[in-house]
Design a protein. Structure first.
Length: 202
């Protein structure tokens, strides 16, 4: 005596199709969430970022960079708009080229009077993750602005690398999941074929 419910061939086929559809829908949903994810997911907000006002003196800016140990920091204006990024090298270059080694004059000057050699281009908060590609290859971080060019934070190369490593692990896990799911699928098909044979004999 077999402990099975009597099912039709059509019902059996329907169960298999539903299972396959559910599996594919789950994969598609995860991929879709990955695609539409914008850069806000990786954003380090302004409140957690070290930045300099262009009205600060060079001496103040030097103290900020020395205190936090960064090689480069964003610069904003009095309205909070992003105006550029200043690096350690900019101070030395300006001291030699613009201030002719007169450190005292340079220290009293404002940051806005300095020439910034590197153009750290910002991206909009509405940008897609793919739009970061060209920026993150050449910059340690990418400044992020809103529609009025107001500085709202940064995205670091470190965070992008961490996400890429996570995606790599996810892909490997997904492959293993698919392999095991395929094995389960073969088992399920064999089970229902066996059930159909029993139904046909009865």
């Amino acid at each position: 005596m077999h402990c099975m419910t009597r099912i039709s061939q059509q019902e059996c086929r329907g169960i298999l199709e539903l299972r396959e559809y559910t599996f594919s829908l789950g994969i598609e949903a995860r991929v879709r969430r990955r695609i539409i994810m914008n850069i806000s997911f990786y954003l380090i907000p302004k409140s957690e970022v070290t930045y300099i006002h262009q009205e600060d003196t060079v001496a103040q800016a030097l103290r900020v960079i020395h205190k936090h140990g960064y090689q480069a920091v964003p610069v904003i204006d009095e309205k909070g708009r992003y105006v550029g990024t200043i690096s350690e090298g900019d101070f030395l270059w300006n001291l030699i080229e613009e201030y002719h080694m007169d450190m005292e004059v340079m220290r009293k000057s404002h940051v806005k009077s300095m020439r910034l050699r590197w153009d750290y281009k910002p991206v909009s908060i509405d940008a897609d993750i793919e739009q970061l590609d060209n920026h993150i290859l050449n910059q340690n971080f990418v400044p992020v602005v809103d529609g009025r060019n107001v500085f709202i934070g940064i995205i670091t190369r470190k965070e992008i690398i961490k996400e890429l490593l996570k995606q790599k692990k996810d892909v490997l896990a997904k492959r293993m999941y698919i392999i095991h799911s395929k094995r389960d699928e073969h088992f399920t098909r064999a089970f229902f074929k066996h059930a159909l044979r029993i139904n046909n004999k009865q």
